[in-house]
Design a protein around this ligand. Structure first.
Ligand SMILES: [Zn+2]
Length: 422
């Protein structure tokens, strides 16, 4: 071996190593692409995307106002955080997002609930005033349809928690005039209208007398009654009292989360449908899968226990570090779009195609299935529905037709009641 050959051989070796590395990388990439294409049929995905842009898509629960109240972002542009903004909504084909005017249960019985609701409504009014070509508040089915035809995203308003009514029936007229078109009667705690599914305190064993009057006044005004978050007894009381169909704006099927009252069981779904109402499926992983929900709940207990032991605040850096390093445990249980569609399928199986829709809880839940990370992902649901041989007509019903039917009926009931009064 001559001296001059050594570097040459070395360089040949380096070149061949780099070559091998490139080959390996290419193989890995190809493999990934192959796996993806194996998972999704490109032609069917294309069809799903086409339907998402063609159909009116409504989501009945997006927690955007509260997210912006906590940390402002310009949602007319792509935002860094959150699940919703204009470019992403357009990409996903979302045309109407019921924005949640959410007032935490801690305001029950003290001043401030009505003011907070008012300030959240004002946030939406400011957004729509600044971006009239992109977003508009929708007050009726007709508004939603007109905005859709103009390519504008509708923001109907739904209130989450009846606390801001503050014991005054006339506040319902006030909030109707401010644009509220549904009210979820309670949230995490039982309140002066009725009992919550999350609260062991069942002070009314259903609706309170005042809560019954609230339901009647909502029927008269044309505000949809939302039964998500309510205890089972409160739900059955609502069904008894309401003269218009009701919605569950963001609940899933208890069939998949046995014993968890926040989701609806089969008997309730049947009752809801019997009276013309609708269940809008929550996308949160905890709502879709029991193991995920239990794993997360156990992990949360562990975080709370540690916080208490070390006398730490939930915003403390040490708590946040602990959350980051341990939350992986429960997240190992992966949830997929197909599991959301299992919930839709289940409703269809027990009551038919006319009583189900989307109530994502985007910006309100932290854990979402793979392929449902934000508002760009509605086509993935349509893809899964097509895969299961749902017809275009049925998919259109799930995307918005069912919800618009219910809302129209609520509008008609209100007109009829007010006509009799005249
Ligand atoms: Zn909620």
């Amino acid at each position: 071996m001559s001296y001059s050959q050594i570097p040459k051989r070395k360089s040949t070796k380096v070149v061949s190593s780099i070559f091998m590395l490139i080959i390996l990388l290419l193989l890995t990439c190809c493999n990934e692409v192959q796996n993806n294409s194996n998972k999704m049929d490109p032609e069917l995905l294309n069809k799903a995307e086409q339907l998402a842009s063609q159909f009116l898509i409504i989501d009945t629960h997006i927690d955007l106002p509260y997210r912006l109240e906590e940390e402002w972002e310009d949602i007319s542009e792509r935002t860094e955080k959150g699940h919703f903004d204009y470019p992403r909504a357009k990409l996903g084909g979302l045309n109407a997002a019921f924005l949640s005017i959410y007032v935490p249960a801690k305001f029950e019985g003290i001043d401030g609930g009505k003011d907070l609701a008012e300030s959240l409504i004002r946030i939406v009014e400011e957004i729509t005033a600044d971006n009239h070509d992109k977003f508009r508040i929708a007050l009726s089915v007709e508004d939603v349809r007109n905005n859709f035809n103009k390519g504008i995203i509708s923001f109907p308003l739904g209130m989450e928690n009846g606390t801001p009514i503050e014991g005054e029936i006339r506040n319902l007229q006030y909030f109707y005039d401010r644009g509220i078109r549904y009210i979820g009667l309670a949230h995490s705690k039982s309140n002066h209208l009725g009992d919550s599914s999350y609260d062991e305190n069942r002070q009314w064993n259903g609706l309170s007398d005042f809560g019954e009057n609230v339901v009647r006044e909502m029927n008269r005004l044309g505000i949809i009654v939302d039964v998500s978050h309510l205890s089972d007894s409160t739900f059955y009381d609502v069904i008894k009292v309401s003269s218009a169909p009701v919605i569950a704006s963001h609940s899933s099927c208890r069939y998949f989360t046995k014993g968890w009252e926040r989701n609806m069981d089969d008997m309730m779904i049947k009752k809801l449908a019997e009276y013309g109402g609708i269940i809008m499926i929550n996308f949160g992983s905890s709502f879709l899968d029991n193991d995920f929900r239990v794993g997360r709940a156990e992990w949360k207990k562990k975080v709370k226990k540690r916080q208490k032991k070390n006398e730490l605040d939930e915003h403390d850096e040490k708590t946040q570090d602990y959350i980051k390093s341990t939350s992986r445990e429960y997240k190992e249980n992966k949830i997929y779009v197909s599991q959301l569609v299992d919930h839709i399928d289940h409703v269809v199986k027990i009551v038919g195609i006319d009583y189900v829709g989307f109530g994502s809880d985007f910006d309100g839940v932290s854990d979402l299935p793979i392929g449902l990370e934000d508002v760009t992902k509605y086509p993935n649901i349509i893809y899964e529905l097509l895969k299961r041989n749902y017809s275009e007509e049925d998919i259109q019903k799930i995307c918005s037709g069912n919800l618009l039917r219910v809302w129209s009926e609520v509008e008609d009931v209100s007109k009829r009641i007010q006509l009799i009064e005249d």
